[in-house]
Design a protein around this ligand. Sequence first.
Ligand code: PXL
Length: 291
Amino acid sequence: MKRNSVPRVAAIHDLSGFGRASLTVVIPILSSMGVQVCPLPTAVLSSHSAFPNFHAVDLSKDLQPMIDHWKELDVDFDAIYSGYLGAASQVDTVVQFIQDFSQSDPLVVVDPVLGDNGKLYTAFNSEMVEKMKELVSSADVITPNLTEAAFLLNEKHKKDIELSELKEWVLRLGEMGPEKVIITSVPNGDSRNNSSVIAYNKIDHRFWRVGCDYIPAHYPGTGDAFASVIVGSLLQGDSLPIALDRAVQFISMGVRATFGHNHRPTEGILLEKVLPSLSAPVQISSYQLLD
Ligand code: PXL
């Protein structure tokens, strides 16, 4: 398979002007990891939706003409990576896009952005949840947080979830289609200040866990940053557990770089201070293989 000399990603996310989420996080992270980003913006917002009174422009009508132009240009992609969609109806366009650009066998990563802390984001409703289930079935890799995993499985959001139940959730998400399932923001029963990332690879039936000493939910956009590092790492040829390590380390460093400043958490982590770390190899590996 011919690959681009610089890996190229179609990034299907919104552009939020203020607050460090979606494309303003995806582009710098992937560029820093040596990946070319071609944004297909799903919506333009004045800020992400955790700020009150944001102004949003839905780009649903514009997606297909933009995709058609890419077809005319004969663009091919090493990865297709979707996140926050401007409307539930965009799922059909994205699924078709994945089919139409399948010739180069791109890695398809779907971050099923729906909500956090047990709640849907303000712009979303159950229609978005139902359509997102369809998009998940077209993915090779998905990266829901625990809230999104519960919505995708019609389960109640749980603050305390046993590992055995979580493994069952991960297997059920895998049955929906994706080869690799990564669930973030899983609380550790023993402490309120840390969480875990749990992952499963269908090909070798192995489960992985990486502990995090941060609570990502406090800073919007950390899910986008996490998934972007996973995309960059897998494109560089890293294994699933090394990709998890890189993503967790990057977010931890970002939270640490931010926490000591007098900074509104809604503005996101101070990404600009930690971007250079992405060009370094993984420092310490902390992943665990689960039985
Ligand atoms: O980080 C996910 C995200 C992306 N885009 C928009 C959002 C959010 C989360 O709040 O509001 C517009």
